[in-house]
Design a protein around this ligand. Structure first.
Ligand code: SF4
Length: 301
């Protein structure tokens, strides 16, 4: 909760700008930023997500999460000669939604190189065209699969060794809860192992609440006010977000508990062998035909 009355920071006497209900602490700007960056760095260190020689592609949508991530990574690793950083954005082809020029300006302001790709370039069609033929109800499923594939391809072309995603605690907790609500035991227990051809995705903000990522972005950046995707209403995620926020208001540790559950379940299952299969249609990683090619072949059908 953002502070409206003057309350002192629990670390110093300056005015607090945020209250963390799960820690019980009020923090001023300086101590909020220190706490935020310490937690993101801890997550990176714990997973050994960034090591000497890495080149990090930051998936940048132009929203608060990915813009904050680009700013944070530039601040934390921008001076390192042994680590490369650049941003990459995907234009899904949704009329009036993705503003590539705006994203380029944010990346320029942060001081990182920016690259782009699009569904049209990679798959020969836009998301609008997919939706026109397949209907709106699964727009976000198609979009997610195709975006993941497009990002992976572009990042590989640019020799990235890691793909940094701006997912925050809320996104991660919602994903776990969505799998629970769908009864998707396969996804809940799936062990993520490196797959040949897939660049490892890293999520430095996965334990930081969405509103703290938004505050961090607001304190450092401007120009990322989001437009609402016209297909967002079709996403189950919206309902889950509302439900989880309502429950977490009374039980502030719930989102942390959900990601702990999401991390613990795969440890209880057998580890799959490291996959090396490729899709026979496009040569990208996948056992059998990959999800993106399945969607494209459905469209042809
Ligand atoms: Fe894609 Fe759905 Fe997000 Fe729109 S709301 S950008 S369709 S995932």
């Amino acid at each position: 909760m953002l502070i409206s009355m003057a309350i002192a920071c629990d670390r110093c006497n300056k005015e607090a700008i945020i209250f963390q209900p799960y820690s019980g602490r009020h923090l001023c700007r300086q101590h909020f930023v220190l706490d935020f960056e310490r937690r993101a760095k801890h997550e990176i260190r714990m997973h050994r997500w960034i090591v000497s020689g890495d080149t990090i592609a930051i998936a940048m949508s132009g929203g608060k999460d990915s813009s904050a991530l680009a700013f944070f990574l530039k601040k934390a690793f921008g001076m390192r000669k042994d680590i490369g950083l650049f941003a990459v954005s995907v234009d899904e082809g949704i009329t009036g939604y993705r503003e590539m020029e705006k994203i380029r300006r944010i990346a320029d302001g942060i001081g990182i190189d920016w690259h782009s790709t699009s569904f049209r370039e990679v798959y020969g069609c836009t998301l609008d065209e997919v939706v026109k033929r397949k209907g709106e109800s699964r727009s976000c499923t198609y979009c997610g699969v195709l975006r993941r594939g497009a990002l992976n391809r572009r990042a590989k072309e640019l020799s990235a060794t890691r793909l940094a995603m701006g997912f925050n605690l809320d996104d991660e907790a919602q994903s776990v809860l969505m799998n629970v609500l769908r009864g998707d035991a396969g996804r809940l227990t799936r062990v993520r192992v490196p797959k040949e051809g897939f660049i490892e995705r890293i999520k430095p903000f996965r334990t930081i609440p969405e509103r703290e990522v938004a505050l961090y972005a607001m304190l450092h950046l401007e120009g990322f006010e989001p437009k609402r995707c016209p297909y967002a209403k079709n996403a189950l995620r919206g309902e889950v977000r509302a439900m989880l926020n309502e429950y977490s208001y009374r039980h502030p540790a719930t989102k942390f508990a959900l990601i702990r559950l999401g991390d613990a379940l795969p440890l209880m299952t057998e580890r799959e062998s490291i996959g090396s299969a490729t899709c026979p249609s496009c040569g990208e990683p996948g056992s059998g035909e990959c999800s993106a090619c399945r969607i494209l072949h459905e469209l042809e059908g």
